[in-house]
Design a protein around this ligand. Structure first.
Ligand code: S3P
Length: 170
């Protein structure tokens, strides 16, 4: 098995929740790029978008990914939904671990993120349209970045974690 297990996928796919369960099952740490960026900058993702702009956030993501790629101990790494959109990041992801794409349907995202205010890309306007358009634009790149795809709709966290564990070849 490659050193790390990396979870990618759209907002609301369950990367953090599944990452927590999977890391416990595997007995390794969970490293989450969003949380680590927030800790590093001592503020929220929303504030970073507001004060520095999306591009600055994307640069912070690539910087954080490069740091995590050097991590010696095996870990589960959960990355922000937009991180695999950069070609440079996709290359690092593939080299750094087994990349698992948690594929989610737009309706599930909308149900899960109803009322969410922490994701700047989904604020204001027609959320349904935003989710559908973004997911549609991103789908091919998620596929390109991943070694494994797991559909997450209508499954429990335990089922998904077990499915991923079963696909990780020793
Ligand atoms: C983003 C996803 C978010 C966060 C930021 C941008 C995206 O992470 O990185 O709001 O571009 O899809 P989650 O996927 O963990 O919600």
């Amino acid at each position: 098995m490659k050193k790390h297990v990396i979870l990618i996928g759209f907002m609301g796919a369950g990367k953090t929740t599944i990452g927590k369960r999977l890391s416990r099952k595997l007995g390794v740490s969970l490293l989450d790029t969003d949380r680590l960026i927030e800790e590093e900058e001592n503020t929220t993702i929303s504030r970073i978008f507001e004060t520095k702009g999306e591009e600055a956030f994307r640069q912070a993501e690539t910087r954080m990914l490069k740091t995590l790629a050097k991590c010696e101990d095996k870990a589960v790494i959960s990355v922000g939904g937009g991180l695999p959109m950069r070609e440079e990041n996709r290359k690092i992801l593939k080299e750094t671990g087994t990349v698992v794409y948690l594929r989610v349907q737009p309706d599930t995202v909308l149900k899960r993120l109803k009322g969410d205010t922490a994701r700047p890309l989904l604020q204001g306007g027609d959320a349904q349209k935003k989710v559908r358009t973004l997911l549609n634009d991103r789908e091919a790149l998620y596929q390109e970045a991943a070694h494994i795809t797991v559909d997450v709709d209508d499954k429990t966290v335990g089922q998904i974690a077990a499915e991923i564990e079963g696909m990780l070849t020793p």
